[in-house]
Design a binder for this molecule. Structure first.
Ligand code: CUA
Length: 347
């Protein structure tokens, strides 16, 4: 296909890309084999059983158990192979390795807003290092979008009110298309961007440099203007925690109206109704937006909702801050550990 400069497949630029293509080639091979077999049988039977003067009336045929079992078992086996292979790939693409570089993604009509764990923000562009896993935590401010990078074979839905996770490991420096792959309104087709894959050293330099102020206009400029500097999500979350007065009730040493949030993230929280819940992104988010939904054992449902008062980015920042509140206090800080019952809560 090179000769015509008309590539049938997008470039393979991530570790997962060849894996996805193997499955795709397998599907094509199966389709080709069956198409040839069916067309061949059709022609063969047409010739063999063509009408002749001796057999004006055909034979009556009764069922064949062997045939029926065969045409049930064989397709079942083939579809199970496709299912197992596809499920394995899906799970592999959904579970990022531990050492991944973290990026937070917010989709909104009609742009991609991205922020690196270290603080640098981008709009419709994502810079990543080559040869390192990049984990995306994604949500949407409005409708369903889908984060799609054909060269990486990465395509995941970005949903309002939920966090989805994807990851990739880019294998070649260069620039690659980023698309929205879910119809999301009139400018869906314009919700595009690029992934810039850089050498690790160049990426580190890029990550720590102060972003240039570009003369921009339109929605991208106003979105960029609304972002408070390049604080890391944890630092921005800490500032918000004070600004929104969360700190008044959620004091680190506990004993206030709300439970201490130190060490809560990742723990198992006991609720007032006797059930338990794991404090993950979804739980923390839910506790901020719908605080009376899941009351922590031993506390009153007194927290007001923050629905409509926080953007998706601010919610992510608060979650990252709460995640950073580790149970072990710094040596010599003299902060008493909370009893576990009081420590595990976010509401
Ligand atoms: Cu966002 Cu289509």
């Amino acid at each position: 296909m090179r000769a015509y400069d008309f590539p049938l497949f997008p470039e393979q630029a991530s570790t997962m890309a060849p894996q996805v293509d193997y499955l795709y080639f397998f599907l094509i091979a199966i389709s080709v084999v069956f198409s040839i077999a069916i067309a061949g049988a059709l022609i063969g039977f047409a010739v063999k059983f063509r009408r002749t003067p001796e057999n004006q009336v055909g034979h009556r045929i009764h069922g064949s158990t062997v045939l029926e079992v065969a045409w049930s078992i064989i397709p079942f086996g083939i579809t199970m192979v496709i299912f197992g292979w596809g499920a394995w790939l899906f799970v592999a693409q959904s579970r990022p390795p531990d050492n991944a570089h973290e990026v937070f993604v917010v989709g909104k009509q009609w742009m991609w807003k991205l922020q690196h764990m270290e603080g640098r923000r981008e709009i419709n562009e994502l810079h990543v290092p080559v040869g390192q896993a990049v984990k995306l935590t994604m949500t949407s401010e409005d409708v369903i979008h889908a984060f799609y990078v054909p060269a990486f074979r990465t395509k995941f839905d970005v949903l309002p009110g939920r966090y989805t996770t994807a990851w990739f490991n880019a294998t070649k420096p260069g620039e690659y298309h980023l698309f929205c792959a879910e119809y999301c309104g009139t400018q869906h087709s314009g919700m595009i961007g690029k992934i810039v894959v850089m050498e690790p050293a160049a990426f580190q330099a890029w990550l720590s440099e102060t972003p240039p102020i570009l003369p921009m206009s339109g929605p991208v400029a106003s979105a960029a203007a609304g972002d408070a500097g390049s604080l890391s999500p944890v630092a921005a979350g800490e500032a918000l925690f004070a600004q929104k007065a969360c700190i008044t009730c959620h004091q680190p040493q506990g004993g206030a109206l709300g439970p201490s949030l130190v060490g809560v993230y990742g723990s198992t929280v006991k609720l007032a109704d006797g059930s338990t819940v794991t404090a993950d992104d979804a739980y923390v988010r839910d506790s901020i937006l719908n605080p009376t939904g899941k009351i922590v054992a031993g506390f009153q449902p007194v927290m007001p909702t923050f629905q409509g008062q926080l953007t998706e980015e601010q919610l992510m920042q608060l979650i990252q801050y709460i995640k950073s509140l580790k149970a072990t206090p710094p040596a010599g800080a003299g902060v008493a550990q909370n009893p576990p019952a009081a420590a595990d809560s976010a509401s």
